[in-house]
Design a protein around this ligand. Structure first.
Ligand code: NAD
Length: 508
């Protein structure tokens, strides 16, 4: 059973180009649904290459005057935006709850975490300073950072505020102009946010929004005036975007999917590890690229079996306490019916492979039209089970017992994603042994969601399915990404000094 809002309450999400709200040239729209009940809450523009062309040209026209401002002046405008985000946090979080299905606490965190990158970007006047050094006799070399031009950002559904702000603040304060393509599943949040950018004083054309799906993405990448692309989303699309940019000689960073492992040693603290595991795998209904999806219980056969059984029991008990809902502390739905069916498919396949379903979230599936699935825990006996190896992107934890530290490392290191991993132990030496050997880009020690905060950059491991393209996103990696270093080498040899100055020096 699905409900639909009355037509007057449905938000029509158009494009935002050169400071104006503009309907898509082709007049086509897609329904946006509330994942908790599938009611239609919006209609989002499906943009064509004509809309994209208009947006990129607006960004290109705004670039000369925006990039001519001092970094300090641009940071000043971003600082006003930072305050506006804070004062509108509750409103933005309500939009996120409605279109994404997170609970209210998670939605507020989505906004707060995105605003941390805004805060970092306000320090760019200090962080972007050039260097100067004497490189030879009478010769100095200095550099400065110049912006690239029009940059494009393509983002996924799972963090409607935070992920766009992995790109926008640093790209803008470093002097670029931007065209953003939000996820068609959650377009309402950024449609509201562009108005906050306007209120903060960003000039027309500096930030533009084009909504849509594949056609808008390919048109943005292919546009001759687009200089660089940031992409965050699933691995196949990340690879597609990266390959297309490479063929056109465009700078690109493309973050893909994940399969993150938590490794619990027998000496871990049971209570805090159990809490962390549950928060990591079930928070945001498991729809986080940093979510834990595999728990490896290391049982070294030296009497540690009982301790690991207690840990597993506590994980199950804590996960069973989670209630369904979007109020703080509860767990929301997954994004859509396609995602729900995919998650159920993984659980069913695991059953057929002889796995034990220790906690079955399928009991949440109802007939209210919502995409509900509860926390699920699967104990695998076969390592090749697909739920253990592929990205499920839902509240499903795969548990697997291993007999040695090395087996845990082998399983983690053979996964094709290499995004994140965490080790649970009370022994610092054990932790160091693991972090030297684990092949993942973001590592946690007793931290289940090891997101590096600025100035550190965020991103998966190059050469795996978690990252394609050039660099990390956020932090100092983003400063490098959004600028070109211009190097100036100058020589002012002594003969250039007027004779009378040399004479004066000699007299003294
Ligand atoms: P998605 O790949 O389906 O969509 C991401 C973006 O690509 C959207 O804007 C979408 O409109 C566009 N897109 C979709 N299909 C396309 C196509 N065929 N051609 C061109 N563009 C296309 O991802 P999603 O479902 O929105 O998000 C979930 C995925 O994102 C998960 O795999 C998750 O791990 C990943 N993710 C990764 C990170 C990270 O930092 N590595 C962060 C958040 C999410």
């Amino acid at each position: 059973m699905t409900t639909t809002m009355s037509e007057k309450d449905i938000t029509i999400v158009n494009n935002y180009i050169n400071g104006e709200i503009i309907p898509p040239a082709g007049g086509d729209y897609l329904d946006v649904q509330d994942p908790s009940n599938s009611s239609v809450i919006g209609r989002v523009a499906l943009s064509t290459s004509d809309d994209v062309d208009r947006a990129v040209r607006a960004a290109h026209a705004a670039f000369p005057s925006w990039s001519a401002l001092t970094t300090k002046a641009r940071a000043g405008i971003m600082l006003s935006f930072h305050s506006l985000v804070k004062s509108h946090a509750a409103e933005l979080a309500s939009l996120i709850v409605m279109e994404n299905g997170k609970n209210m606490t998670e939605a507020l965190a989505d906004v707060a975490k995105g605003n941390e990158t805004v805060e970092y970007a306000c320090s760019l006047p200090q962080l972007m300073q050039g260097r100067i050094d004497a490189v030879s006799t009478d010769v100095t070399c200095r550099d400065r950072r110049d912006p690239l031009g029009v940059v494009v950002s393509i983002v996924p559904f799972n963090f409607p505020f935070m992920v766009p702000h992995w790109t926008l603040p640093i790209a803008l304060v470093s002097g670029n102009t931007v065209v953003l393509k939000p996820s068609e599943k959650v377009p309402l949040t950024m449609y509201r946010v562009v108005k906050l950018f306007e209120m903060a004083g960003f000039p027309k054309g500096v930030i533009n929004l084009v909504n849509g799906t594949k056609e808008s993405v390919t048109s943005l990448i292919d546009h001759p005036l687009c200089r660089a692309v940031t992409f965050v989303g699933s691995s196949p699309i990340a690879k597609f975007v990266s390959d297309r940019c490479r063929a056109l000689d465009k700078r690109c960073t493309a973050l893909g999917g994940a399969k993150n492992h938590l490794i619990a040693l027998p000496d871990c603290d049971v209570e805090s590890t159990a809490s962390d595991v549950v928060v990591s795998y079930a928070g945001c209904a498991g729809q986080r690229c940093m979510a834990a999806s595999v728990l490896l219980l290391v049982d070294d056969g030296k009497g540690t079996d009982a301790q690991q059984k207690t840990l597993l029991r506590r994980v199950i008990e804590k996960a069973s306490e989670i209630e369904r809902g979007t109020e703080p502390g509860k767990m929301g739905p997954v994004i859509d019916g396609h995602s729900l069916n995919k998650i159920v498919g993984y659980i069913e396949r695991s059953e057929r492979w002889g796995a034990e379903i220790l906690l079955d979230g399928r009991s949440w599936i109802g007939d209210d039209g919502g995409n509900w699935i509860g926390p699920t825990i699967i104990l695998h006996h076969d390592r090749s089970d697909s739920a253990m190896n592929e990205e499920v992107f839902g509240p499903v934890l795969s548990v697997y017992r291993v007999g040695s530290w090395q087996e845990a490392i082998d399983i983690e290191n053979s996964n094709p994603f290499g995004n994140a991993a965490a080790i649970y132990t009370t022994n610092g030496g054990h932790a160091e042994w693991f972090v030297k050997r684990v092949r993942a880009s973001m590592l946690g020690i007793n931290v289940g969601i090891p997101v590096p905060r600025e100035p550190f950059s965020f991103g998966g491991l190059y050469g795996t399915k978690s990252k394609y393209g050039d660099m990390d996103i956020t932090g100092d990696g983003a400063i490098e990404f959004f600028t070109n270093r211009i190097k100036i080498t100058s020589k002012w040899p002594a003969p250039c000094v007027p004779e009378y100055v040399v004479g004066l020096a000699k007299k003294q």
